[in-house]
Design a protein around this ligand. Structure first.
Ligand code: SF4
Length: 294
């Protein structure tokens, strides 16, 4: 009987970063007890963009729901304001685009290899089959000006190809993949500043960019080859039960790997720094599009 092995954009990136990190995340099913700020904010914004779409693009209703959300405490009031500013930018541009299904999951058959059935799974932020557009929401602290390195990377992102191929399976009429990128505003509430003053400052600094990512034949070929390579590497590690530690990756672009304490100080996985994941691919609950490595 063949096993199904699911590959997501996130699990593939984790495997490439460090196979041991993959083992801890996807086999031992462990995650850091602390969620990084980029992940928390990205997750919050995704959730409320989805709610906005489910509310038929009604910004007022969405903001009312957001303001009465019990998970919003005094500690994250500033995040609530940042999310509202992002929703306003989005609404100003897309209020009339009411078609599309938000957070649509997919499972794409990749290949059978050594008795395992490898699938590529993910969630598209919005799929509008009528106009043939897939929208992907991203948050970043990086410069998102036209011509910046952010866009050079985005235009080559293999993730776009995977989502594009999955969307084609659902609707043969897919014409465009749009990246909708929100710059994360890092402003703090100043002493003696009112919420109104802070909101005005966040709004002034908030930024959203929309770009169409062209999917070329060579990108599709590159993605297919990358997926074949990923399957072979995964299969090798699974078959041999060996998950090497890539020590060069312990200190990443966005700080230390969340498993650093366990790997380097011999901290027990039960020491309180880590918790058990509810499911192997938690990222499929809400596909997080941030530039964090966590
Ligand atoms: S701390 Fe380093 S070796 Fe350990 S899982 Fe993270 S990247 Fe891999």
């Amino acid at each position: 009987m063949s096993n199904i092995v699911t590959v997501t954009h996130s699990s593939k990136t984790t495997l490439e970063t460090c196979p041991y990190k993959y083992y801890l995340s996807y086999i031992a099913g462990i995650k850091s007890a602390q969620t990084s700020y980029p992940l928390r904010f990205g997750s919050m914004l995704h959730k409320w963009l989805e709610t906005y779409h489910n509310n038929d693009n009604d910004l007022e209703v969405t903001i009312q729901q957001l303001q009465s959300d019990e998970s919003i405490t005094e500690d994250n009031t500033t995040d609530l304001i940042k999310v509202i500013c992002c929703l306003e930018l989005y609404h100003n541009r897309f209020a009339d685009d009411k078609e599309g299904i938000a957070e649509i999951g997919f499972d794409l058959e990749l290949m059978k290899y050594n008795n395992n059935n490898y699938m590529f799974a993910g969630k598209m932020d919005l799929l509008d089959s009528d106009s043939g557009i897939i929208k992907e929401f991203k948050t970043t602290e990086k410069d998102i000006a036209d011509g910046s390195p952010y866009w050079q990377e985005a235009f080559l992102s293999p993730q776009c190809v995977g989502y594009y191929k999955a969307a084609l399976e659902m609707s043969s009429d897919i014409k465009q993949l749009q990246y909708i990128v929100f710059k994360r505003v890092m402003l703090r509430l100043k002493k003696n500043e009112t919420i109104e003053q802070y909101t005005a400052r966040v709004m002034e600094n908030s930024e959203m960019k929309v770009k169409t990512i062209p999917i070329t034949k060579s990108m599709v070929e590159k993605w297919q080859q990358e997926m074949i390579d990923t399957v072979k590497v995964l299969d090798f590690f699974y078959s041999n039960g060996i998950w090497p530690k890539y020590k060069s990756q312990c200190n990443g672009k966005f700080g230390k790997c969340p498993f650093y304490a366990h790997c380097n100080l011999d901290a027990d996985l039960e020491c309180g720094l880590y918790i058990k994941k509810e499911r192997q691919h938690e990222e499929l609950e809400l596909e997080l599009e941030t530039d964090t490595e966590d």
